[in-house]
Design a protein. Structure first.
Length: 375
């Protein structure tokens, strides 16, 4: 059951489905998703069977009953959810049917410490997370940092948590010639490929952008990703208040990111909280230098001064300084763009993620049923 919103979670699960097509022998997958959704379109395009489950953006008992029916009629062996709402609904269906539940937690603490203006419902989800983490059978997180947070802050047993650090089918590395071409002043795009939201630090990026534009007025900031309307409105108002709205483009969801990664001078992930930072992996695979904050799993991807730059979370001045470094210093830019990231990227390859998922499913099913998990 993929997440409901388009973004990093959907990219992760789409990559995982592609991986199971190549490396998932012995596992049959049935995708439960809202009818007519982007998730359904992606899954069907890859050839996976789908079943309609409404997953309304509320605690929808109809979805629980439908999941219970599907589990019984299709003889489902394992339920795997990728969204806090889905995990809540799936947990009830799992308890009714005795089917083990795996929950992928794409971002630990995403609903905690929100700024004023956050809907009450989102804060309510944070309350439910505490109990859900104790009721699911297995939790998958994207980084060691996330695992430590779950153990320390949510008091989840370490035995229940498995780190599966990545799921990307990487392209061929960009050529040196392509990297050299982007050192000219003609390319000044700063790419922020993440959901437009407060936990992603987009407001911090905008404040940094205001400082960068004082020195580099031709720079353009591309914010790529969807987010709740209330957050987008806050960010658009902030851009207007900072008088930078003409240099910031809120592009919404972009299906094919390859061209943006190849054209951007730098990719920035200014998150307050982050599961892993898959967009940084994608950017590095295209030879585009990255800047990230020291939160979550980002430091497990970015080695400061080697393949990117790291800055403190919430520090817009430090972020502006790092951006200006990569806009102004061609030597530093080339050093980062040409860094040998092959070994690091291999650690996050789709093959390893698929094998890790298969081990989890088989472990839950027990040795007597480990050979052929059915759904």
């Amino acid at each position: 059951m993929p997440p409901l919103r388009r973004g990093g979670g959907i990219s992760y699960i789409t990559n995982l489905l592609r991986g199971f097509l190549k490396h998932g022998q012995g596992v049959s997958i049935l995708v439960a998703c809202p009818p007519g959704s982007y998730t359904e379109a992606q899954a069907r395009e890859l050839g996976f069977p789908c079943v309609p489950v409404p997953f309304q953006d509320k605690f929808d008992f109809r979805s629980v009953l439908e999941l219970r029916r599907i589990c019984r009629e299709e003889r489902i062996d394992v339920i795997h959810s990728h969204d806090i709402l889905q995990t809540f609904l799936s947990m009830m269906a799992a308890k009714m049917t005795g089917v083990p539940l795996v929950a992928s937690v794409h971002m630990v603490g995403a609903n905690k410490g929100l700024k004023p203006g956050a809907p009450r419902r989102t804060k309510l989800y944070a309350f439910f997370e505490f109990f859900l983490f104790k009721l699911v059978d297995r939790i998958i997180v994207l980084s060691e940092a996330n695992k430590k947070d779950l153990i320390a802050k949510e008091h989840v047993s370490a035995r229940k948590i498995t780190v599966v650090p990545g799921c990307i089918d990487f392209p061929e590395p960009s050529s040196t010639e392509a990297n050299d071409a982007r050192t000219s002043d003609s390319t000044v795009a700063v790419l922020c490929p993440t959901r437009a939201g407060l936990e992603k630090g987009t407001d911090v990026l905008l404040r940094a952008a205001a400082l960068v534009l004082e020195e580099r007025p031709a720079a353009e900031f591309l914010v790529v990703g969807e987010g709740p309307a209330w957050e987008l409105q806050l960010l658009q108002k902030l851009a207007k208040d900072l008088d930078i709205e003409s240099r910031v483009r809120f592009m919404g969801f972009v299906d094919n990111m390859e061209e943006l990664y190849r054209q951007a001078r730098v990719t920035v992930l200014p998150s307050r909280t982050e599961g892993l930072g898959m967009t940084l992996l994608e950017s590095l695979s295209y030879g585009t230098p990255v800047i990230g904050t020291r939160v979550g799993g980002i430091a497990e991807i970015v080695e400061d001064g080697v393949n990117g730059l790291l800055v403190p979370s919430e520090d817009h001045r430090a972020l502006a300084k790092a951006i200006l470094t990569l806009l102004n210093d061609d030597n530093m830019w080339l050093k980062l763009a040409r860094a040998d990231t092959r070994a690091m990227l291999e650690r996050f390859h789709i093959r390893g993620a698929v094998e890790a998922h298969k081990r989890i499913y088989r472990d839950l099913l027990g040795k007597d049923r480990a050979q052929e998990p059915g759904g």
